[in-house]
Design a binder for this molecule. Structure first.
Ligand code: HEC
Length: 111
């Protein structure tokens, strides 16, 4: 009996996590799978890592630290809740930011 109550209690959490993982940026239109190594990593290395290798609050150098900071990264690229990055602008093209959003939506694959 206790187990049943526990299960009912846990369902919204499990469901919530699942939905979160699949759809973080509902407006991003992703028809193909984003490659972390071919698209996301070079994009971050070219535009961000010059100022964020263990400085200015963020280290953005590999899959692990880019994944764990993805909300701040997209927020800064979109200037939504975070200061616009790259610092001083201009903002990156929309189509590029969308690739990062798609990558998050697809579960931040290390591919
Ligand atoms: C020219 C240097 C420079 C570049 C390039 C740069 N940043 Fe920054 N970033 C900074 C500095 C400096 C700060 C600390 C805040 C400040 O003093 O402006 C910062 C802060 C941030 C923050 C925190 C902002 C906030 O509002 O809390 C995030 C997130 C961030 N950067 C992500 C990025 C991303 C993603 C890129 C690439 C698209 C990037 N940065 C490129 C210099 C840079």
């Amino acid at each position: 009996m206790k187990l049943i109550y526990l299960s009912i209690f846990l369902i919204p959490f499990i469901w919530g996590c699942k939905k979160d993982k699949i759809q973080n940026y509902p407006n991003a239109n992703c028809s193909d799978t984003v490659s972390f190594n071919n698209e996301i990593l070079p994009l971050i290395l070219n535009n961000c890592t010059g100022c964020h290798t263990n400085q200015n609050g963020y280290t953005l150098t590999n899959h692990s630290n880019i994944s764990s900071n993805s909300t701040a990264i997209v927020g800064a690229m979109r200037n939504s809740g975070y200061q616009l990055m790259p610092k001083g602008g201009p903002a990156l093209p929309d189509s590029i930011i969308e690739r990062v959003e798609c990558w998050v939506n697809q579960g931040k694959l290390n591919n």
